[in-house]
Ligand binder design. Structure first.
Ligand code: ADP
Ligand code: MG
Length: 696
């Protein structure tokens, strides 16, 4: 393997391989399934399985696995080998269509939120032919959906696929009504930009908080953080560059379009962006990317932290979900073209998104809700927990003109002049960027920026697709009933703009004044997971999601429960880790340092009784006050944990937020203060300074 084009996708059973290895009729019916969701019969599956197996075995694979995305947020797999006994006492490698189509992992240990009692252990995985199989670690990975014995989705892929179908159906209705006879399907595409931290593995191994929770629960601020803005897009350190090169190679082999890599705002923070692809594949690829980031890090003596807020005081990590809709004929429906004002189709699809985001602010907010992301949303670095849309000046002016019925005069396309003749001139974009908006239009796509770095992008996209499908359904219904379709389109645009313009905000989303204004506009502000998650079961949300067959009522109830349970467990593990670290590491360390100081003061005093020893005395008394505070804070936190009731998960999540998290913060404050006064040689684990600046 030498050049990138030669090894790109070499571990993927992709279109090229399928075409080369499948009989013509099998290939055609598989493509039909992939493109038009046509049902697939067993004879096709058998032929595909056999070709897949032959190809995989040639690449050195010995096993296969149904790879799925349960509600844990990480992927799951159970490996089976291809071997089958042969009459001569040896083995042959076998893989049938049945094994390809269906698997049956024991489902009882995956979160089901009451969908399945533990004694009902059956769960099924079903092959998703729309995402390519691939080889990793000598195993053929088959992307699958995961459901219960009763057919309810237990995973993140199934509702995502359903939402893509819902959007396709409604978008096709609208396109037909607009006179489009060529398009046969509309797909959403996503390019998720992934942020992450890299820290030295040896340092990481010395911190229980990182090991158990993925984030630091203690740690005083180092003298330098991100104040100088010298890390963003800065030169990449050799060890990190070697990591990135290795990572690219691994991702490329799996057909993942890793494209852009750079340092992010905070020290030790980086970003990787792939080229966009169909949402379902982008989701699978993002899960794989996160996994491989961690695996490659281990090879380089590093650990990749995907937590949303691994360090207090410096930026957290998010994931920007670049999203758009396009036709199979290659038209991006969110592309404004040369004259957006006259581009009715664009304006209608744009309005569908605006309405969707306004009508389902709560669903978008809760689709990114986790204990980790709560630390980020609304902090001065990530979009607030209030959902709004940035459209930019030009589109905002166009919508205003449509609403008021006035003519729109396009802004002159200006040239960028840099004042140096040798530098090239290029057309200036008609609008600047806005980094603070949770949902920003960026030229021909929307960028949903509230996702946390560890979130599966499936959750955000299933809500986004469903909500947009709902707007489109309403437009299609109106257009179907209208005598004059072009006139009706104009009426729809006007109505939507008038009703939903409150969601458009082009200003600074980090500004406190915006939160006030958002409240007067009636936008919802749901700062924490316990605030937003129960909204999943609001009547309007249940009605919409069930109408488009993305979820059943039982599935929604189970998701809400699983997500709240996950929130509680996450925080509870953090609290227990803090208690453990405070008692077993921090208190003994501070105490040892105070004792040593007192002891040396005693020796000095014995030697020369008239010494003032104000440094030692002051230090020992301050440290004693702090150790008392830490000890009391630890007991208090532990006590609060004991009084938590676990009967009702909604009540528990509120108690976790209001009783546990504040106690964790105050325990941390005392410990961080002690850290600043304790000799470095006594401090029991690596400091922020070492973690953030330790990788050379
Ligand atoms: P920007 O300069 O706005 O960040 P980029 O071209 O760098 O835009 O794209 C950022 C991300 O958006 C990339 O992952 C890219 O592949 C993705 N992207 C670009 N066009 C689309 C599209 N039509 N649909 C979805 N994602 C897209
Ligand atoms: Mg971006």
């Amino acid at each position: 393997m030498t050049t990138v084009p030669e090894y790109f996708g070499s571990m993927v059973f992709d279109d090229r391989i399928m075409k080369a290895r499948l009989p013509e009729n099998v290939y055609r019916s598989l493509r039909k399934t992939m493109e038009e969701n046509a049902p697939l019969d067993l004879s096709v599956a058998n032929a595909v399985a056999s070709a897949m197996k032959d190809w995989a075995v040639e690449q050195g694979a010995t096993h296969f696995t149904h790879w799925f995305q349960p509600m844990t947020g990480v992927t799951a797999e159970k490996h089976d080998s291809f071997i089958s006994p042969a009459p001569d006492g040896r083995v042959i490698m076998e893989f049938s269509g049945k094994e390809l189509i269906k698997g049956e992992p024991d489902a009882s240990s995956f979160p089901s939120g009451g969908l399945r009692a533990t004694f009902e252990a059956r769960g099924y995985t079903a092959w998703d032919p729309t995402s390519y199989a691939f080889i990793k670690d000598n195993t053929l990975y088959i992307p699958t959906a995961f459901c219960s014995y009763g057919g309810e989705a237990l995973d993140k892929k199934t509702p995502l696929l359903r939402s893509m179908e819902a959007l396709n159906k409604q978008a096709m209705r609208v396109l037909r009504l607009l006179g489009d006879t060529e398009t046969t399907c509309v797909r959403t595409s996503v390019g998720p930009e992934q942020e992450y931290y890299l820290v030295d593995r040896e340092l990481y191994n010395k911190r229980k908080d990182l090991i158990y929770t993925g984030r630091t629960l203690f740690g005083a601020r180092p003298p330098k953080g991100q104040e100088l803005d010298d890390h963003y897009f800065g030169t990449i350190k050799p060890r990190v560059a070697a990591y990135m090169a290795d990572l690219d190679q691994e991702l490329w082999k799996l057909g993942i379009l890793a494209k852009t890599e750079h340092n992010e705002v905070a020290p030790a923070q980086h970003e990787l962006a792939p080229i966009y692809t169909t949402t379902n594949i982008a989701t699978d690829h993002n899960q794989l990317t996160m996994e491989i980031m961690q695996k490659v890090a281990a090879k380089h003596g590093l650990v990749c932290l995907l937590h949303e807020k691994p360090f207090a005081g410096v930026n957290g990590s998010g994931k920007h979900n670049n999203w758009s809709m396009s036709t199979d004929t290659g038209v991006n429906l969110l592309s404004p073209g040369e004259k957006p004002y006259e581009n009715t189709r664009f304006l209608l699809f744009l309005c569908a998104v605006i309405q969707a985001v306004d009508d389902y602010q709560d669903l978008l907010r809760l689709s990114v809700a986790t204990a980790g992301n709560d630390h980020r949303l609304g902090a001065n670095e990530a979009p607030p927990a209030v959902v709004s849309i940035f459209l930019g000046d030009e589109l905002t002016a166009i919508l205003k003109a449509i609403e008021s019925g006035e003519d729109y005069t396009a802004a002159e396309g200006a040239q960028m002049k840099l004042g140096v003749h040798a530098l090239p001139r290029f057309p200036k974009d008609t609008t600047d960027r806005n980094r603070t908006s949770p949902f920003a239009f960026t030229g021909n796509k929307f960028e949903f920026r509230m996702l946390g770095s560890s979130n599966s992008i499936a959750c955000a996209n299933m809500m986004l697709n469903s909500a947009v499908a709902e707007s489109l359904r309403q437009y299609a219904d109106r257009l179907e009933g209208a005598a004059d379709a072009p006139a009706e389109v104009q009426h729809i645009l006007k109505d939507v703009i008038a009703r939903h313009k409150r969601i458009i905000f082009n200003g600074n989303g980090y500004d406190a004044a915006w939160l006030k204004e958002a409240a007067t506009r009636g936008l919802s502000n749901l700062p924490t997971t316990p605030d937003c998650m129960p909204r999943l079961l609001d009547e309007k949300n249940v009605a919409m999601l069930t109408a488009h067959k993305v979820f059943s009522v039982a599935e929604l109830k189970s998701r809400c429960e699983i997500m709240l349970e996950n929130y509680c467990k996450t925080v509870e593990i953090e609290a227990l880790t803090m208690v453990d670290m405070a008692r077993k590491e921090i208190l003994p360390a501070v105490e040892a340092f105070a004792s040593a100081t007192a002891e040396s003061a005693g020796k000095k005093k014995a030697m020369q009784p008239d010494l003032a020893l104000s440094y030692e005395t002051g230090l020992v008394s301050k440290l004693s006050v702090l150790t008392d505070r830490i000890a009391a804070g630890t007991d208090d936190l532990e006590q609060a944990m004991l009084t938590l009731t676990h009967d009702d998960v909604t009540a528990e999540s509120v108690a976790v937020r209001d009783e546990i998290l504040p106690r964790m913060r105050s325990l941390r404050a005392a410990a961080d203060e002690a850290e600043l006064m304790t000799a470095e040689s006594y401090w029991p684990f690596p400091t922020y300074g070492a973690l953030l600046f330790g990788v050379r």
